[in-house]
Design a protein around this ligand. Structure first.
Ligand code: PBG
Length: 331
């Protein structure tokens, strides 16, 4: 027998051959940029736990959307930070046809008409409890929540959203949302379901950004473990995802990213529709913090993580690095 059996290093010996045999190629077209929107004028507020990431008022949002489009980002995922005095336990403001989300959708559409707009559908930014659904005696009422979430999704469609992205993890929501969209003739509006969403500690900076951390009636911090999934579970992710597809989801999602790439691969192997992965706020913050201390090479780690997410099976990556990474790829 010859030694060594095979010289694998031949295919790694130069940049040219490495490029030629590279299996996974990430491009800006894979990315979706999450955007945080606030009321006011001429505002661009940095989020303390997300250095280099901002909340935009509608006027500065226009500039950001144009910049995203210019570097090749073709989709945004919108979130709004709602004033405290507009919050209640029923999502009243979420249904306001002239609410911040609805105006943000119109603003993006007017600024860059080709930009694909997706919107987060969940009650947490609108809830005095920071919960994704309606709370009754400390318990989330699934079916009442689904009713209002479906109307919220419809309201986003009416404002011009291309896809709605329910992130609430209530049971049966995709079915009710799809039915309502069909009934109201929004047959072309798609649904990207946060289908395998884990009760993760990596959402912390996002909840800072939107002031939406879950609490009880006495303002004691709570968690979302009665609806988001247990990080220890794998089969449940597949079940949730297949069910959402049956109910009418066009795209399914795994969230967070890095700690859940095994789930991404499992789901990719199981389904025949696009899989999206959300690299969440805590994942962004970790890279920023380590890079700030000089402990990690920021750009190299960003590219490595995005490539790993795609290799695992992501067709779409929602990432706070979208704009920055697009520039890296564009050289
Ligand atoms: C709202 C929502 C959350 C995220 C996306 N949509 C927070 C949560 O569920 O508490 C997290 C995104 C991130 O951390 O970047 N339901």
């Amino acid at each position: 027998m010859m030694f060594p059996l095979s010289r694998n290093r031949r295919l790694r010996s130069s940049n040219a051959i490495r490029n030629l045999v590279q299996e996974t190629l990430v491009t800006p077209k894979d990315f979706q940029a999450p955007l945080f929107v606030i009321e006011g004028k001429n505002k661009k507020e940095e989020i303390p736990s997300m250095p280099g990431y901002y909340r935009y008022s509608l006027d500065t949002l226009k500039t950001e959307v144009k910049e995203l489009w210019a570097v090749g980002i073709q989709s945004v995922l919108l979130f709004v930070k709602v004033d405290n005095n507009l919050k209640d336990n029923k999502g009243t403001e979420a249904l306001n046809a002239d609410g911040l989300m609805q105006r943000a959708i119109k603003t993006v559409k007017e600024t860059v008409p080709e930009m694909l707009i997706m919107t987060d559908v969940a009650l947490d930014p609108f809830s005095i409890y920071g919960h994704d659904g309606i709370v009754e005696n400390g318990i989330i009422n699934n079916d009442a929540s689904v009713e209002v979430l479906a109307r919220m999704g419809l309201s986003h469609a009416e404002a011009g959203a291309d896809f709605i992205a329910p992130s609430d993890m209530m049971d049966g929501r995709i079915l009710i949302m799809r039915q309502l969209l069909e009934q109201e003739n929004y047959t072309d509006v798609g649904i990207m379901s946060y289908s395998a969403k884990y009760a993760s500690a990596f959402y912390g900076p996002f909840r800072d950004a939107l002031d939406s951390a879950p609490v009880d009636a006495n303002d004691i911090p709570k968690d979302k473990k009665t609806y988001q999934m247990n990080p220890a579970n794998r089969l449940e992710a597949i079940k949730e995802t297949l069910q959402d597809i049956e109910e009418g989801a066009d795209i399914v999602m795994v969230k967070p990213g890095l700690c859940y790439l095994d789930i991404v691969r499992d789901i990719k192997n199981e389904v025949n529709i696009p899989v999206s992965v959300y690299q969440v706020s805590g994942e962004y913050a970790m890279i920023k913090a380590a890079a700030e201390r000089g402990w990690l090479d920021h750009d190299a780690v960003v590219l490595e993580q995005l490539t790993a997410i795609k290799r695992a099976g992501a067709d779409i990556i929602s990432t706070y690095f979208a704009k920055y990474a697009a520039k890296l790829f564009n050289g």
